[in-house]
Design a binder for this molecule. Structure first.
Ligand SMILES: Cc1cc2nc3c(=O)[nH]c(=O)nc-3n(C[C@H](O)[C@H](O)[C@H](O)COP(=O)(O)OP(=O)(O)OC[C@H]3O[C@@H](n4cnc5c(N)ncnc54)[C@H](O)[C@@H]3O)c2cc1C
Length: 478
């Protein structure tokens, strides 16, 4: 892969001179966490980590890098799934010290925040003034809002509030040459030509550095209810979802599913995970309902809906959380599944989406497909079924060595992604492209879309210094 210039001593001096104290890390031990992926699969390399504290400092860094043609990899919490924040040379620009809440305007239901704010801190700040920032994911204690926007993160409230993209009113971005674009508007309506913020949302640091964002807030959660239902098949899970959408409408905050094997592995590998049911069931649906008000009717509507589903034989059993602790325990089962199967053995992961109505068809066909190719493979398909987003993960057969299993990854990925494509789905629902899914991008996005994407990249980053090697190989950009 071609690289931009490696940083020279003169360049390093220029960067140091442009930033305040403590902003540069150059020793290997200090750099280590920024070139280490949490998944432990890939490693990056860079000779400098910068930690700016203001938009002006970000601007100076990019201007110097652009002039010297040195690559810049923006990095937030480094919790991504596709090695998109892993530098391939050049410098890392960490947003960890860009972490101020600039404004929280309850009357306008909006907050203006810097890119390095940890998501959980923003949820808490909104909560303290009775508001809700409806973005929630397993990494929320360490991921940054800038990273969430640069990956257009999904999570467990997407079914009601959409992806990260849907929560953005405006952005402040430093462009590759160092120019600052102040698009931090907090307007609900603004039809004045191209909506440029959407170019940067989901761009994985390849077009510029998001330094701040204006986010939408919503009335806080007055009451929530959590139910775990046991069912026979994914088809029944879908039927339950469709039925609850009719009966409860927008009261559905989250709708997740996991199979029996997911619960078994969570119990085996994660302390304190308890099976809330006496029996073993093939499939589970985790439902979170909410009201902005303190609302006893919510519990009644939910009880009624699940009682009818039980009478009809659509569900086999259900438990309703009676306290926040019980609700947390049910969510912990769902959130422990990735860690549990990682502890069980090597995993080949797929983060795919298909139209919601086609999820059962995908799950049945996908399971048959991989089992035919690799007898003994264990499928753990779980996730955000209400958004049509399934983490279709394959666990190594019990009698197969890890290396032999992982060697089958390209073939199994291709088979699963081809199936997804044939159903009108996406090979990357919420995790992005990074370095891991570049070939899929080239294979599954139509030529005209790839041409437009490359054109946008070349327009906004003509010297290709922004996060090279992510989405596209530098040589493919011409
Ligand atoms: C336990 C766990 C659960 C997860 N669950 C979900 C989930 O439910 N849904 C989901 O979507 N993801 C999930 N993820 C993946 C990950 O948390 C998200 O992709 C998250 O949005 C990444 O944020 P980050 O700050 O860690 O970004 P990083 O990993 O640091 O960076 C990700 C990408 O964004 C770019 N970037 C970061 N900051 C900026 C910036 N300020 N300007 C421009 N580019 C920038 C980087 O260059 C890189 O390309 C999960 C991860 C873990 C570990």
């Amino acid at each position: 892969m071609t690289d931009t210039n490696p940083p020279s001593e003169r360049f390093l001096d220029a960067i140091r001179g442009a930033l305040g104290p403590g902003a540069c890390i150059t020793d290997q031990a200090g750099i280590e966490p920024y070139v280490t992926e949490w998944r432990g699969i890939l490693r990056g390399r860079c000779s400098l980590v910068t930690r700016p504290t203001s938009t002006a400092e970000v601007s100076r860094i990019l201007s110097i890098c652009n002039e010297a043609r040195v690559a810049v990899t923006p990095q937030g919490g480094n919790t991504g799934m596709v090695a998109a924040a892993l530098p391939q040379g050049g410098i890392v620009l960490s947003t960890e010290r860009l972490n101020r809440i600039r404004e929280l305007d309850s009357d306008n239901a909006a907050m203006v925040v810097e890119a390095g704010c940890v998501l959980k801190d923003l949820q808490d700040a909104a909560g303290q003034v009775g508001q809700l920032l409806p973005l929630s994911l397993g990494a929320e204690g360490s991921c940054h809002i800038g990273g969430n926007l640069a990956t257009n993160a999904g999570g467990t409230m997407t079914v009601r509030f959409g992806n990260a993209r849907d929560l953005v009113l405006g952005l402040e971005v430093v462009l590759a040459g160092g120019e600052v674009w102040d698009g931090l508007r907090t307007l609900r309506k603004n039809n004045t030509g191209y909506d440029l913020k959407h170019l940067f949302i989901g761009s994985e640091g390849t077009l510029g550095v998001i330094t701040a964002a204006a986010l939408k807030l919503f009335p806080g959660l007055g009451s929530t209810e959590t139910v775990l239902a046991a069912l026979n098949t994914p088809d029944d899970v879908l039927k339950l979802f469709v039925r609850l959408r009719v009966q409860l409408g927008d009261d559905i905050l989250g709708f997740e599913t996991f199979p029996s094997l997911g619960l078994k592995l969570a119990r085996k590998h994660i302390p304190d995970i308890r099976d809330p049911f006496a029996g073993d069931y093939p499939q589970y649906a985790l439902v979170e309902a909410f009201s902005h008000r303190r609302d006893p009717v919510l519990r009644e509507s939910l009880n009624e809906a699940f009682a009818t589903a039980l009478d009809d034989g659509l569900i086999l059993d259900a438990v309703v959380a009676e306290s926040q602790a019980q609700s947390d325990a049910l969510w912990r089962i769902r959130e422990s599944i990735p860690e549990a199967h990682a502890k069980e053995g090597a995993t080949i992961r797929h983060d795919v989406s298909v139209p919601v109505s086609k999820v059962p068809q995908f799950l049945t066909a996908g399971k048959t497909l991989v089992e035919q190719r690799l007898p003994g493979v264990r499928v753990i398909a779980f996730g955000h079924i209400g958004d049509g987003n399934i983490h279709f993960n394959l666990l190594q057969p019990e009698d197969m060595a890890k290396d032999r299993f992982l060697a089958r990854m390209p073939e199994l990925n291709r088979a699963v992604h081809d199936l997804v494509d044939s159903l009108g789905g996406s090979f990357s629902a919420e995790h992005g492209i990074g370095m891991v899914k570049r070939e899929d991008l080239a294979r599954y996005r139509p030529a005209v879309e790839l041409r437009m994407m490359r054109g946008i990249k070349s327009l906004l980053d003509p010297n290709h210094i922004m996060n090279p090697g992510k989405l596209f190989l530098p040589e493919d950009l011409g």
